[in-house]
Structures are given as C-alpha cells and as structure tokens.
Design a protein around this ligand. Sequence first.
Ligand SMILES: [Zn+2]
Ligand SMILES: [Zn+2]
Length: 341
Amino acid sequence: METMLAARYMGPDHIEARQVSLPKIAPGEALIQVEACGFCGSDINIVAGTHPRAQSPLTIGHELSGRIVEIADVTTALAVGDHVTSYPLISCGVCHACTHGNPHVCRQLRLFGFDVDGGMAEFVKLPVASLMKLPDDMPASIGALIEPLAVAVHGVHRARLEGVSVAAVLGAGPIGILTALVAKHMGIRDVLISDVQPARLKLATGLGLEAFAAGASLRAQIMELSNQNGADVIYECAGHPSSAKEMTALVRSRGTIVNLGVFKRPVEVDLQAINFKEVEIIGSRVYERKDFRAAIDMAMSLPLAPIISREFSLDHISEAFRLFRDGEVCKVMILPLARPQ
Ligand SMILES: [Zn+2]
Ligand SMILES: [Zn+2]
C-alpha cells in the first residue's frame, strides 16, 4: 500500500508525523500535493483535546496551498498542475442558514482538518468544489495564508465602512494583524491595533500598522483621533474577557463592534454601554466564498511575508507545534516538500 507522511493528532497533547495510507480519490474529488500548511489557533484546541468535535486520530490542517496531482471531475476548469488552496467548510445544505444563502454559519458546520482529515500532510484529498485556484506565481506559504486572510476580509466587511475613519483592532495575533491590514487596505484612515504582548506589537509596527499596548495607551490614542468620541468600529480579535470589556468602552455612540475572536466560554459584556450608546455588535464567523476570492486578489498587495515566523518540514511537527503554542510567534508553516532538517 502506498503511504505518505501526515501530521496526526493522536489524542490529548499528542501530535506527531506518521505514515498513513495515501488517500484514494472518488469522482468529484482531487488529490493535492501540499506545499504549505499553517497552524491555526484552533489547532491548539484540537491538540489540547478541548475541541468539541475533533476526534483522534486526525490529520489536522485547514490553511494550505498545493498543486493538483490527480483529478476526477470532467466538468471542472481546474486541471492537474494547478496551484490551489482549499475552502475547508462542509455545510449540511438543508438547515435555515444553508437554505438562505449562509452555508458558512450552517447549524452543523464541519471543516476539513477538524471533522475530516485535513491538509497538514504530503497529500490531501478534497472535493473539487472546495478548491480555489491561486495565481501560479503566489509563493506556497502566502497561498496558505489565504484562509486566515479570508477570515479578516469577512470580518472587516461585516461592518458598514461608509463614514468610518477610526477603527481599532483588539488583539494582534494572526487574525488581528490580518484584519488591521485588510481594514487599512479598504481605505480606513486610522487603523489602530493593540495587544498585551510586546513582540506582537513589534511585528505589527514592522508591517506599518499603528500598534499600542492594550489599555490606557490604546484608549488615549483612540480618543485623541476621534475628538474624544471613540472608535467608529472595533474589531474584537482577541477572544479574551479583557477585550470584551474594552470593546464597549472604546466604541463611539452608534458605532459598531465586530467580534471575530473565538471566546472559549461566555464572558461579561457591558450591555448598559451597548444600550446607552446604541452600539451594534456583529458576529463574524469564518468566511464566504466571495471573501476567499477577495483574499486571493488582495494577498499580493499586502505585506504578508513577515507574518510567517518560521517554516518547518513535516518530520519536525512536534517542535513546530510547540513553538506555535508556547512561543511569541505569529504564523508557523509546515512545508511538506521540504527535506528533513
Ligand atoms: Zn483557522
Ligand atoms: Zn446547514
């Protein structure tokens, strides 16, 4: 039997590179040779054993790029050799969200890399319908950033942008940084970003963003820029109780809060502030296909390369994972084609 190397979640706190059988494609599917696959914060939950759906053994990875090496679909314009990324959502097709044009918030949303084997492996089998073509000259690691970039594109567009001149992004992890870059790209005059970690602020500053320590320093800057009114839009990208507190304090009257951060449990929100200021709070979950297309179009005009802190070959999976989980890094990429170091 033909085998390949894959990053396998084998149970709580156990991830390792293992040989598994090479996937066999069925009609409507394609086999992708993976060139890059990034770790996501949700992979930390999976490996910790705290993700509500992921079951071991599982090949993780939902942020990937690669080339089609085999395809079983005569109706598609895609062909062997095409550079692609994957739209990893699996929707039920029958629930209210699915039948009303919003399959990305399907009642029973599932994803490749969580519920079904993902792409942190030498090869991945995917439905042809879930492939999105990338420009041929897009570097593999940038192609693997399209998925998180689409999260940012979706989040930025959840708020109306007309008349918005001051936006603040709470949290300078990968999603926060990408959200700030997209907000700036969309023409918002002042985009501020904050975090508690100096290393993250340094990275954000290096990308040309206006970065501030969370708390008093961010608040002072927002108030100065907004004539003491508060930010037009707050993008909450930290998913932390402290940012849930900050978001209502920093937004102006009739402003908008977009929540992109994934809170692990219900947190306190100041509904009195929401009421007094007539604030709108909008949820933002993953992305729609149009966000992927926008992310692909936008990627090469954003300074994305410095976001990738380190790249590893597949056999260094546990070291790469530990660095991502414990270190002061942004994105960590696995390059399955790289020779063992
Ligand atoms: Zn992700
Ligand atoms: Zn559904």
